[in-house]
Design a binder for this molecule. Structure first.
Ligand SMILES: Cc1cc2nc3c(=O)[nH]c(=O)nc-3n(C[C@H](O)[C@H](O)[C@H](O)COP(=O)(O)OP(=O)(O)OC[C@H]3O[C@@H](n4cnc5c(N)ncnc54)[C@H](O)[C@@H]3O)c2cc1C
Ligand code: FES
Length: 260
């Protein structure tokens, strides 16, 4: 008799949360006991028993413990912070193709920043990395306690849409600062954040002759399975979970729903 064993990719493993950090009013970071075992840009499905699952990007580098930064917006994301143990399955999806490039510009808006944190810690200053990270207000910036370290590992530009009485940094949308990056033409650009931010960043990068082949977007869609079975996450003929979440702009630019 031949026995065929089929791996159950849906089955989460239970993990202890060993550290919790409140980042802002509605964003928190959790660290798990296990090693990251994943690359910047990939994601996991996190679950709370009896509630459900949510896809969340890896915020850690491959040599750290597994870390996630989550905005509390609904059923699952509002419960994770209260748990001592959560369900985890993954990693899923592809990663930023950082191996291919020596000069990288990463642009992150809002809660898009966790995979860029992962990238900064993965590269450890070994490549020329520029980071533009924008949030609505100073109190919406996450990982504030790491910014000095990020400045040692990258060329960091922090900006907010609206400052306050304690903010003496840059004010303006992330697109305003793209022109400050030297020799953009021969760089790769990794973009993650609200669709409108990515759309306007692409327009600006094209003005500076960055090749559509070297611009990468991380797309977000509602997901169920996370690995190409349920068909919930399609953009054109792609599944975001399996073909992405990271796509070359040249591959998706003709799909009308890319920036939705
Ligand atoms: C590949 C990937 C990586 C992600 N990484 C992160 C991350 O690192 N940190 C993080 O905080 N979030 C991340 N998200 C978004 C996160 O998955 C959703 O916020 C989460 O699924 C919401 O689940 P919930 O059950 O708490 O909310 P629900 O109760 O399901 O929804 C609450 C509200 O949010 C809306 N909503 C839910 N999911 C989405 C979505 N994906 N896009 C737009 N609106 C949505 C619903 O329509 C509803 O209005 C990622 C999503 C994807 C696809
Ligand atoms: S989430 Fe099921 S196919 Fe992508």
């Amino acid at each position: 008799m031949i026995t065929i064993t089929i791996a159950n990719n849906f089955k989460p493993r239970e993990e202890n949360i060993i550290e919790k950090t409140r980042e802002t009013n509605d964003v928190y970071t959790i660290e798990l006991a296990s090693d990251s075992n994943s690359l910047p840009g990939q994601f996991y499905e996190l679950s709370v028993l009896g509630i459900g699952e949510a896809p969340i990007s890896v915020a850690s580098s491959s040599t750290e413990r597994l870390k996630f930064t989550v905005r509390n917006i609904g059923h699952v994301t509002s419960k994770i912070f209260e748990q001592d143990r959560i369900g985890v399955r993954g990693p899923y999806g592809n990663h930023w193709p950082f191996e291919k490039y020596d000069r990288i510009l990463a642009i992150a808006g809002g809660i898009g920043v966790p995979p860029i944190r992962s990238l900064i810690h993965e590269l450890k200053g070994k490549k020329e990395l520029w980071v533009i990270y924008g949030a609505r207000t100073p109190s919406d910036l996450v990982y504030k306690y790491e910014f000095d370290q990020w400045k040692n590992l990258s060329n960091l530009i922090l900006t907010v849409d609206r400052g306050d009485e304690n903010w003496n940094g840059k004010v303006g949308l992330v697109t305003k600062f793209i022109s400050e990056i030297p020799n953009l033409k021969n760089m790769a650009a990794f973009l993650i954040g609200p669709p409108i931010m990515m759309e306007n960043s692409v327009k600006e990068l094209l003005k500076y002759e960055v090749s559509p082949e070297n611009i990468y977007l991380s797309l977000e869609r509602r997901m169920e399975c996370g690995f190409g079975v349920c068909g919930h996450c399609n953009v054109g003929h792609f599944y975001v979970c399996e073909d992405g979440p990271i796509f070359k702009y040249s591959e998706v630019r003709d799909l009308p729903e890319v920036f939705l």
